[in-house]
Design a protein around this ligand. Structure first.
Ligand code: SF4
Ligand code: SF4
Ligand code: FES
Length: 255
């Protein structure tokens, strides 16, 4: 006989004028290797078919099942109930627009973020489908791949005090995106181009540096390193811009 588990789940449907935000409790007996994903599906199938939550891959790849699990953002599909106490509180991720219950709209947020940081290779080279592929060292390809592993789950954004207070704050996932393109030799942008995008109070200069983002990232992306690198590069660029302003003949944009 497995542990009796109690799930306290946030319920609210913003589309329904009669709906009022509240917590609702459900009970299940724990089974071997039960994940929160399995538990939520059982609750929906056996107890309440109206329960809203997101999932797709069940394997920590699609990023859609992130939620607040006993106050901490994490993926439901890779969280075993055995790692949790018998009473489990589930809330939707903050910062993102609520769709209903545990389901939030991370897609719109991430699309806006990717547009904002212009998240694609910038080059004036004309694409030649017959040319050999451009080569880069295995070491550099590995470094870029390390940052590409972001699954856009939103856990780092939900854990970020600044993103919770300032709706326009870019968040660690955006800084990770910028770092990824800065590293890529195919991208012809210069430091000043990235400065325009990220060197603001809503960007890297507004980051509090307490690294809640890195603590909760389910893919263990080295966010601290990217934030540190970006802060250093943008800090030096802003000093250079200052000197260019006060010294005669200076023009930061040319560098
Ligand atoms: S270090 Fe910066 S991005 Fe990370 S949680 Fe803190 S404020 Fe947010
Ligand atoms: S950086 Fe980590 S926590 Fe943030 S969205 Fe990507 S995978 Fe999720
Ligand atoms: S269902 Fe895809 S990450 Fe959990």
């Amino acid at each position: 006989m497995g542990r009796p588990l109690k799930f306290n789940i946030f319920r609210y449907n913003p589309e329904d004028p009669a709906s009022v935000p509240h917590m609702e409790s459900f009970h299940l007996e724990e089974t071997d290797a039960m994940t929160l994903y399995i538990a939520l599906n059982r609750i929906r199938e056996e107890q309440d078919p109206t329960l809203m939550f997101d999932f797709m891959c069940r394997a920590g790849i699609c990023g859609s099942c992130a939620m607040m699990i006993n106050g901490r953002p994490d993926l439901a599909c890779h969280t075993k109930t055995k790692a949790l106490p018998a009473e489990i509180n589930l809330m939707p991720l903050p910062v993102f627009k609520l769709i209903g219950d545990l389901s939030v709209d991370t897609g719109t947020w991430f699309r806006n973020m990717n547009e904002r940081v212009r998240s694609y290779i910038h080059t004036d080279k004309v694409f030649d489908p017959n040319a050999d592929e451009e080569r880069m060292s295995n070491e550099l390809a590995d470094e870029i791949y390390e940052l590409e592993r972001c699954i856009e789950c939103g856990c780092c954004v939900a854990a970020c005090g600044k993103a919770n207070m300032v709706p326009n704050f870019m968040g660690a996932t955006a800084f990770n995106r910028v770092a990824r393109f800065m590293m890529d030799p195919r991208d012809q942008r210069k430091t000043d181009d990235y400065f325009e995008i990220v060197a603001t109070d809503d960007g890297i200069f507004g980051c509090l540096g307490l690294l809640g983002c890195e603590d909760v990232c389910p893919k263990d992306i080295p966010l601290q390193d990217q934030l540190g690198m970006l802060r250093r590069k943008m800090g030096w660029a802003s000093v250079r811009h200052l000197f260019d302003k006060i010294l005669p003949g200076g023009d930061a944009k040319k560098k």
